[in-house]
Design a protein around this ligand. Structure first.
Ligand SMILES: [Zn+2]
Length: 247
């Protein structure tokens, strides 16, 4: 992945593997393999040193939020030094919204509302985090013709989320893993515009790559959208401090 980032000409690269303690504490999700944290942090530290001077490797992690997993994430934060922590919602009302069953028993409005309610709750996590991951994630596997979570349809909940995010000083992630959704990145532009209107400034870019070929996908599209909407900076994180990058 680091070689892939170098090949794309990146000078900063944050590695933010999933940490799925949400699946560990929820019955029925034992099949999700848990990451070997000690080995993983050791390996990234080694690679960060090996590549020093060529690319700035930041140590990150992405937590899959679930209230029952809060103490486990607090413990990980206390044990390992990181540059950036992303807090994300993958399980909605205790179900996996990547599976079709999630949508069988709900209307689209119900599915998206429950997702946004969980995102709102995740912002109150008692452990430290820097970034709110991929708002709109529920649409990735949604079976609808128009999958987009339109700001106008959920403005009350989205406003609540964006206001909370701003008051807590957390960053909004622009996530370019959005194939098949009709979007170039999550969240949808109207939501991003609203965040700016409300005074939001902290934005990060994540390609959520999972493979070298996807690193920095749609980066220029995201930067152009940010500029259009009136943002002047994108931020990267080092030791949990946002560092502005001029757009
Ligand atoms: Zn995620």
């Amino acid at each position: 992945m680091i070689e892939g980032a170098l090949a794309r000409g990146l000078t900063y690269f944050a590695i933010t593997d999933h940490c799925d303690k949400d699946c560990q504490v929820l019955p029925g999700f034992e099949y999700i393999r848990q990451i070997d944290l000690p080995r993983r942090f050791e390996e990234i530290a080694r690679l960060r040193d090996e590549y020093r001077g060529r690319i700035d490797v930041a140590v990150g992690i992405e937590y899959g939020w679930l209230a029952a997993a809060d103490p486990l994430y607090a413990e990980i934060n206390a044990r390992y030094e990181t540059d950036i922590v992303i807090n994300s919602v993958h399980l909605v009302s205790g179900e996996d919204c990547y599976l079709p069953q999630f949508f069988f028993s709900r209307t689209q409005r119900r599915a998206y509302t429950e997702y946004l309610q969980d995102v709102s709750a995740s912002l109150d996590a008692p452990y430290d985090y820097d970034v709110v991951g991929h708002i709109g994630y529920v649409i990735r596997k949604a079976p609808y013709e128009d999958k987009i979570l339109h700001y106008g349809d959920y403005s009350d909940l989205l406003d609540e989320i964006l206001r909370k995010l701003i008051s807590k000083g957390k960053a909004l992630e622009l996530n370019s893993h959005a194939e098949g959704t009709g979007l170039d990145f999550l969240p949808e532009r109207a939501t991003l515009r609203r965040y700016r209107e409300l005074g939001g400034e902290l934005v990060t870019f994540g390609s959520d790559a999972h493979a070298p070929i996807n690193i920095a996908r749609n980066y220029n599209i995201v930067c152009d959208a940010l500029k259009d909407i009136g943002f002047r900076y994108l931020f990267k994180y080092k030791a949990h401090s946002p560092i502005p990058i001029k757009l």
